[in-house]
Design a protein. Structure first.
Ligand SMILES: Cc1cc2nc3c(=O)[nH]c(=O)nc-3n(C[C@H](O)[C@H](O)[C@H](O)COP(=O)(O)O)c2cc1C
Length: 289
């Protein structure tokens, strides 16, 4: 872990991102949300959702309001301990009680139903601490017998060139000196998803692949909700020998593709704010025996 954090400048990307795409609040925005101002902020988030702002933008607007409304020290007095699970001890919503199913007003359902892949992302990326928090949030993925059959590998900087070389080798592509495979350079940060099943008498391999795929989908959602752009890509060479070798996969493992991650470009943000892409009709996904 020390190595992971040390490899990249902690906080650099996030600060930049806040400056560019999230207003001037930076880390303070997050703090207002964390420091026990949760209930107030959630109400405000809801209000901004109803005003038509998508998830991360509504959250930031609400956090800024909460920060301005709180006298100094009041947030700290509200308590900010953390439990063994790593989550703050403050109470969140009570998910055990059925509520009306409202795809606009409910932030989680709203994020689920509005998620989009962002095919071309800007260079700012979450830092490694951000990634760990996102991974923490998705580690709730349904997992038969808790085998944890998935992991992600961080690919940044020159490692993307190594991926390009492995893809070229797999595809039999020869390039002129100085030319490189541009595909892995489409984002500054790639996360490779590895399905890593173990032998278990009650949990077949396909179930463990399903869990790994679930982690991938949750990651996309978590990134979306946190305001980052991402697109999941694979390709026919993902499990070719040179590519598997680069990722140091065991024979039992499967590369499920790469998540290309970065900031959402301004032009996308404008489009997303006004987008009315219809969702497919749900009847086709639901039937009886
Ligand atoms: C496992 C997996 C692999 C994918 N691989 C690719 C890919 O290699 N190239 C691509 O253009 N889209 C790929 N996609 C699809 C995109 O990630 C994305 O879902 C699609 O463009 C539809 O956009 P949307 O997510 O906004 O609905 C893949 C999706 C999944 C789940």
């Amino acid at each position: 872990m020390g190595e992971l954090m040390g490899g990249h400048k902690k906080g650099k990307h996030k600060d930049k991102k806040h400056k560019k795409s999230k207003g001037s609040t930076g880390k303070d925005t997050d703090r207002a949300y964390d420091d026990g101002a949760c209930q107030v902020t959630k109400e405000r988030v809801r209000a901004h959702f109803l005003d038509g702002n998508t998830g991360p933008w509504a959250k930031n607007l609400a956090a800024e309001e909460a920060k301005n409304a709180q006298p100094a020290g009041a947030a700290a007095a509200a308590g900010n301990g953390s439990s063994e699970s790593g989550l703050p001890t403050r109470r969140g919503p009570d998910y055990s009680v059925p509520s009306s199913i409202d795809l606009v007003a409910d932030p989680v359902l709203h994020a689920l139903s509005t998620r989009r892949s962002i095919s071309k992302v800007d260079p700012e990326t979450p830092n490694d601490a951000d990634l760990l928090e996102l991974i923490r949030s998705i580690s709730s993925v349904a997992d038969h017998k808790g085998l944890r059959p998935w992991r992600f590998l961080i690919i940044r900087g020159d490692d993307r060139h190594r991926l390009g070389e492995a893809l070229d080798e797999a595809g039999g592509v020869r390039r002129k000196p100085g030319e490189v495979n541009q595909k892995p350079l489409r984002a500054e940060l790639l996360l490779a998803l590895v399905a890593s099943p173990t032998k278990h008498e009650k949990v077949p391999e396909w179930e463990q692949h399903a869990t790994a795929a679930g982690a991938g989908h949750l990651l996309e959602l978590a990134l979306w909700q946190a305001g980052w752009g991402v697109m999941w890509r694979s390709g026919t060479l993902a499990n070719s020998e040179p590519v598997r070798r680069l990722h140091r996969l065991k024979d039992s493992e499967l590369l499920m593709g790469w998540f290309y991650i970065g900031a959402v470009p301004e032009r996308y943000r404008q489009r997303l704010a006004t987008s009315t892409r219809p969702l497919p009709s749900p009847e086709q996904f639901l039937d009886t025996l």
